[in-house]
Write a new protein. Structure first.
Length: 285
Protein backbone atom coordinates (compact mmCIF):
# COMPACT_ATOMS: atom_id res chain seq x y z
CA UNK A 1 0.00 0.00 0.00
CA UNK A 2 2.74 2.47 1.00
CA UNK A 3 4.69 1.62 -2.13
CA UNK A 4 1.63 2.34 -4.29
CA UNK A 5 1.04 5.66 -2.53
CA UNK A 6 4.64 6.72 -3.07
CA UNK A 7 4.45 5.67 -6.71
CA UNK A 8 1.26 7.68 -7.21
CA UNK A 9 2.83 10.69 -5.50
CA UNK A 10 5.83 10.55 -7.82
CA UNK A 11 3.51 10.34 -10.82
CA UNK A 12 1.55 13.34 -9.55
CA UNK A 13 4.76 15.30 -8.94
CA UNK A 14 5.98 14.52 -12.46
CA UNK A 15 2.66 15.55 -14.00
CA UNK A 16 2.73 18.80 -12.04
CA UNK A 17 6.30 19.51 -13.12
CA UNK A 18 5.60 18.77 -16.79
CA UNK A 19 2.55 21.04 -16.69
CA UNK A 20 4.85 23.98 -15.92
CA UNK A 21 6.27 23.80 -19.47
CA UNK A 22 4.68 24.64 -22.82
CA UNK A 23 4.52 21.14 -24.27
CA UNK A 24 2.55 22.30 -27.31
CA UNK A 25 5.37 24.41 -28.77
CA UNK A 26 8.56 22.36 -28.92
CA UNK A 27 11.80 23.87 -30.20
CA UNK A 28 14.28 21.66 -32.03
CA UNK A 29 18.01 22.22 -31.53
CA UNK A 30 18.93 19.85 -34.37
CA UNK A 31 20.41 21.02 -37.65
CA UNK A 32 18.16 19.75 -40.48
CA UNK A 33 20.30 17.42 -42.59
CA UNK A 34 19.74 18.26 -46.25
CA UNK A 35 21.14 15.39 -48.28
CA UNK A 36 21.07 17.39 -51.50
CA UNK A 37 22.03 20.75 -50.01
CA UNK A 38 24.50 22.46 -47.67
CA UNK A 39 25.48 20.46 -44.58
CA UNK A 40 27.71 21.05 -41.57
CA UNK A 41 30.91 19.04 -41.85
CA UNK A 42 33.75 18.21 -39.47
CA UNK A 43 37.19 17.09 -40.64
CA UNK A 44 36.22 17.13 -44.33
CA UNK A 45 34.58 13.69 -44.25
CA UNK A 46 32.28 12.66 -47.14
CA UNK A 47 28.90 14.38 -47.09
CA UNK A 48 25.91 12.50 -45.77
CA UNK A 49 23.95 11.02 -48.66
CA UNK A 50 20.56 9.42 -49.30
CA UNK A 51 20.12 7.57 -52.59
CA UNK A 52 17.18 5.50 -53.84
CA UNK A 53 17.95 1.82 -53.34
CA UNK A 54 18.06 -0.22 -56.53
CA UNK A 55 18.75 -3.87 -57.26
CA UNK A 56 17.58 -5.46 -60.47
CA UNK A 57 14.04 -4.30 -61.20
CA UNK A 58 13.47 -3.22 -57.60
CA UNK A 59 13.88 0.54 -57.32
CA UNK A 60 13.10 2.79 -54.36
CA UNK A 61 12.01 5.80 -56.38
CA UNK A 62 8.48 6.39 -57.68
CA UNK A 63 9.91 8.71 -60.34
CA UNK A 64 11.76 5.72 -61.79
CA UNK A 65 8.82 3.34 -61.71
CA UNK A 66 9.08 2.17 -58.13
CA UNK A 67 5.95 1.59 -56.07
CA UNK A 68 7.32 3.67 -53.18
CA UNK A 69 10.35 5.66 -52.10
CA UNK A 70 13.05 4.11 -49.91
CA UNK A 71 16.63 5.29 -49.70
CA UNK A 72 19.98 3.99 -48.59
CA UNK A 73 21.50 6.50 -46.19
CA UNK A 74 25.24 6.94 -45.64
CA UNK A 75 26.52 9.22 -42.90
CA UNK A 76 29.07 9.65 -40.12
CA UNK A 77 27.08 10.82 -37.07
CA UNK A 78 30.07 12.52 -35.41
CA UNK A 79 30.83 14.68 -38.45
CA UNK A 80 27.69 15.13 -40.57
CA UNK A 81 25.29 16.94 -38.26
CA UNK A 82 23.69 17.13 -34.85
CA UNK A 83 24.59 14.00 -32.91
CA UNK A 84 24.69 12.64 -29.38
CA UNK A 85 27.47 10.41 -28.11
CA UNK A 86 28.20 8.26 -25.07
CA UNK A 87 31.39 7.09 -23.37
CA UNK A 88 31.70 4.36 -26.02
CA UNK A 89 33.18 7.11 -28.20
CA UNK A 90 36.50 6.71 -26.35
CA UNK A 91 36.56 3.10 -25.11
CA UNK A 92 37.76 -0.22 -26.48
CA UNK A 93 34.54 -1.77 -25.22
CA UNK A 94 31.66 -1.28 -27.64
CA UNK A 95 29.29 0.74 -25.46
CA UNK A 96 25.98 1.82 -26.98
CA UNK A 97 24.33 5.20 -26.57
CA UNK A 98 21.00 3.39 -26.80
CA UNK A 99 21.87 1.59 -23.57
CA UNK A 100 23.45 4.61 -21.82
CA UNK A 101 20.77 7.26 -22.30
CA UNK A 102 18.15 6.62 -19.63
CA UNK A 103 16.64 10.07 -19.07
CA UNK A 104 13.47 11.00 -20.95
CA UNK A 105 12.41 14.38 -19.55
CA UNK A 106 15.44 16.37 -18.45
CA UNK A 107 15.58 19.69 -16.63
CA UNK A 108 17.93 21.89 -18.64
CA UNK A 109 19.63 25.27 -18.44
CA UNK A 110 20.49 27.27 -21.58
CA UNK A 111 23.26 29.87 -21.44
CA UNK A 112 25.12 31.94 -24.05
CA UNK A 113 28.86 32.66 -23.91
CA UNK A 114 31.58 34.29 -25.98
CA UNK A 115 34.70 32.18 -26.64
CA UNK A 116 37.88 33.86 -25.39
CA UNK A 117 41.34 34.03 -26.96
CA UNK A 118 43.90 31.68 -25.45
CA UNK A 119 46.39 34.55 -25.25
CA UNK A 120 44.03 36.49 -22.96
CA UNK A 121 43.11 33.81 -20.40
CA UNK A 122 44.82 31.76 -17.71
CA UNK A 123 42.85 28.57 -18.26
CA UNK A 124 44.50 25.56 -19.87
CA UNK A 125 44.40 22.83 -22.49
CA UNK A 126 47.10 20.25 -23.37
CA UNK A 127 47.53 21.49 -26.95
CA UNK A 128 47.11 25.23 -27.20
CA UNK A 129 48.03 28.01 -29.61
CA UNK A 130 47.65 31.68 -28.79
CA UNK A 131 45.06 32.25 -31.52
CA UNK A 132 42.79 29.46 -30.27
CA UNK A 133 39.39 30.42 -28.86
CA UNK A 134 38.10 28.67 -25.76
CA UNK A 135 34.94 28.39 -23.70
CA UNK A 136 36.19 29.08 -20.18
CA UNK A 137 35.08 28.16 -16.69
CA UNK A 138 34.95 31.87 -15.93
CA UNK A 139 32.49 32.59 -18.76
CA UNK A 140 30.29 29.62 -17.82
CA UNK A 141 30.23 30.59 -14.16
CA UNK A 142 29.39 34.21 -14.99
CA UNK A 143 26.56 33.17 -17.33
CA UNK A 144 25.06 30.81 -14.77
CA UNK A 145 25.34 33.37 -11.98
CA UNK A 146 23.74 36.04 -14.18
CA UNK A 147 20.88 33.69 -14.96
CA UNK A 148 20.44 33.08 -11.25
CA UNK A 149 20.23 36.82 -10.61
CA UNK A 150 17.81 37.33 -13.50
CA UNK A 151 15.59 34.63 -12.01
CA UNK A 152 15.64 36.60 -8.71
CA UNK A 153 16.85 33.54 -6.86
CA UNK A 154 19.95 32.70 -4.91
CA UNK A 155 20.41 29.48 -6.82
CA UNK A 156 19.52 27.90 -10.14
CA UNK A 157 17.02 25.05 -10.44
CA UNK A 158 18.75 21.70 -10.08
CA UNK A 159 19.28 20.79 -13.74
CA UNK A 160 20.81 17.71 -15.33
CA UNK A 161 21.48 19.23 -18.76
CA UNK A 162 23.49 22.26 -19.81
CA UNK A 163 22.91 23.78 -23.25
CA UNK A 164 25.60 26.20 -24.42
CA UNK A 165 25.16 28.66 -27.28
CA UNK A 166 28.36 30.31 -28.50
CA UNK A 167 28.34 33.94 -29.55
CA UNK A 168 28.16 35.53 -32.02
CA UNK A 169 25.39 33.26 -33.26
CA UNK A 170 23.98 33.02 -36.78
CA UNK A 171 22.38 30.47 -39.06
CA UNK A 172 25.64 29.82 -40.96
CA UNK A 173 26.47 27.33 -38.20
CA UNK A 174 23.96 25.00 -39.85
CA UNK A 175 26.22 24.55 -42.88
CA UNK A 176 29.64 25.38 -41.46
CA UNK A 177 32.64 23.43 -42.78
CA UNK A 178 35.12 22.82 -39.95
CA UNK A 179 38.40 21.90 -41.60
CA UNK A 180 41.24 24.43 -41.77
CA UNK A 181 40.53 26.94 -39.01
CA UNK A 182 40.38 25.57 -35.46
CA UNK A 183 36.85 26.10 -34.07
CA UNK A 184 36.33 27.11 -30.42
CA UNK A 185 36.59 24.38 -27.79
CA UNK A 186 36.46 24.07 -24.00
CA UNK A 187 39.22 24.62 -21.48
CA UNK A 188 40.03 21.80 -19.07
CA UNK A 189 38.74 23.96 -16.23
CA UNK A 190 35.43 24.57 -18.03
CA UNK A 191 34.63 20.89 -18.53
CA UNK A 192 35.72 20.05 -14.99
CA UNK A 193 33.38 22.79 -13.72
CA UNK A 194 30.46 21.42 -15.76
CA UNK A 195 30.94 17.95 -14.29
CA UNK A 196 31.39 19.33 -10.77
CA UNK A 197 28.08 21.18 -11.09
CA UNK A 198 26.32 17.86 -11.63
CA UNK A 199 25.36 18.21 -15.29
CA UNK A 200 24.91 14.80 -16.94
CA UNK A 201 24.03 15.98 -20.43
CA UNK A 202 25.93 18.62 -22.38
CA UNK A 203 24.64 20.18 -25.61
CA UNK A 204 26.86 22.50 -27.66
CA UNK A 205 26.76 24.16 -31.06
CA UNK A 206 30.41 23.28 -31.71
CA UNK A 207 31.76 20.25 -33.62
CA UNK A 208 33.62 19.05 -30.52
CA UNK A 209 34.20 19.98 -26.89
CA UNK A 210 37.87 19.17 -27.52
CA UNK A 211 40.34 20.92 -29.80
CA UNK A 212 40.01 19.70 -33.40
CA UNK A 213 43.69 18.71 -33.56
CA UNK A 214 44.59 17.65 -30.02
CA UNK A 215 47.02 14.79 -30.71
CA UNK A 216 44.19 12.32 -30.09
CA UNK A 217 43.92 13.03 -26.36
CA UNK A 218 40.19 13.92 -26.19
CA UNK A 219 40.87 14.96 -22.63
CA UNK A 220 37.65 16.96 -22.20
CA UNK A 221 35.59 13.95 -23.23
CA UNK A 222 37.47 11.86 -20.68
CA UNK A 223 36.94 14.43 -17.94
CA UNK A 224 33.19 14.65 -18.60
CA UNK A 225 32.77 10.87 -18.57
CA UNK A 226 35.33 10.42 -15.77
CA UNK A 227 37.70 8.21 -17.74
CA UNK A 228 41.38 8.40 -16.86
CA UNK A 229 43.63 10.44 -19.15
CA UNK A 230 45.02 8.20 -21.88
CA UNK A 231 42.77 5.29 -20.91
CA UNK A 232 40.33 3.47 -23.17
CA UNK A 233 38.70 1.60 -20.30
CA UNK A 234 35.76 2.46 -18.06
CA UNK A 235 35.86 2.10 -14.29
CA UNK A 236 33.29 2.06 -11.46
CA UNK A 237 33.68 5.86 -11.36
CA UNK A 238 32.85 6.36 -15.04
CA UNK A 239 29.78 8.51 -15.67
CA UNK A 240 28.36 5.98 -18.09
CA UNK A 241 24.93 7.62 -18.42
CA UNK A 242 26.35 11.04 -19.34
CA UNK A 243 25.91 12.24 -22.93
CA UNK A 244 27.46 14.90 -25.14
CA UNK A 245 25.55 16.44 -28.04
CA UNK A 246 27.55 18.40 -30.62
CA UNK A 247 26.80 20.39 -33.78
CA UNK A 248 23.46 21.55 -32.43
CA UNK A 249 21.98 24.91 -33.44
CA UNK A 250 20.29 27.17 -30.89
CA UNK A 251 18.35 29.98 -32.54
CA UNK A 252 18.51 33.49 -31.09
CA UNK A 253 14.73 33.27 -30.72
CA UNK A 254 15.34 30.99 -27.75
CA UNK A 255 16.29 32.95 -24.63
CA UNK A 256 18.70 31.85 -21.92
CA UNK A 257 16.92 30.18 -19.03
CA UNK A 258 15.30 27.00 -17.76
CA UNK A 259 13.82 24.43 -20.15
CA UNK A 260 12.54 20.89 -20.31
CA UNK A 261 14.68 18.74 -22.61
CA UNK A 262 13.70 15.61 -24.50
CA UNK A 263 16.83 14.18 -26.12
CA UNK A 264 15.69 12.09 -29.08
CA UNK A 265 18.02 9.52 -30.65
CA UNK A 266 17.81 6.51 -32.94
CA UNK A 267 17.94 3.00 -31.50
CA UNK A 268 21.29 2.32 -33.17
CA UNK A 269 23.51 0.09 -31.02
CA UNK A 270 26.46 2.44 -31.57
CA UNK A 271 28.50 4.91 -29.55
CA UNK A 272 26.71 7.81 -31.24
CA UNK A 273 23.50 8.62 -33.05
CA UNK A 274 22.03 11.43 -35.11
CA UNK A 275 19.85 13.24 -32.62
CA UNK A 276 17.11 15.80 -32.20
CA UNK A 277 17.25 17.64 -28.88
CA UNK A 278 13.80 19.11 -28.23
CA UNK A 279 13.30 21.80 -25.61
CA UNK A 280 10.13 23.23 -24.10
CA UNK A 281 9.84 26.73 -22.66
CA UNK A 282 8.83 27.23 -19.05
CA UNK A 283 5.38 28.78 -18.68
CA UNK A 284 5.71 32.15 -17.00
CA UNK A 285 3.60 32.47 -13.87
Amino acid sequence: MLHDLMKNQKANDLALYLSSFDLFNPVSLAVPLWFEGPQPNFYGVPKASALPFQIGKLVGDTRKGGSCNFSQVTLIPHCNGTHTECVGHITHERISLNKCLKDVFIKAILISVFPEKASEIKETYPVLEKEDSLITKSSLKNALEKLSLDEKSNELPLAKALIIRTLPNDSSKQSQIYLEETPPFFSIEAISYIREQGFNHLIVDLPSIDRMRDEGKLLNHRIFWNVEEGSFEISPKTQIHNTITELAYISDEVEDGEYLLNLQITAFELEASPSRPIIFRKIQA
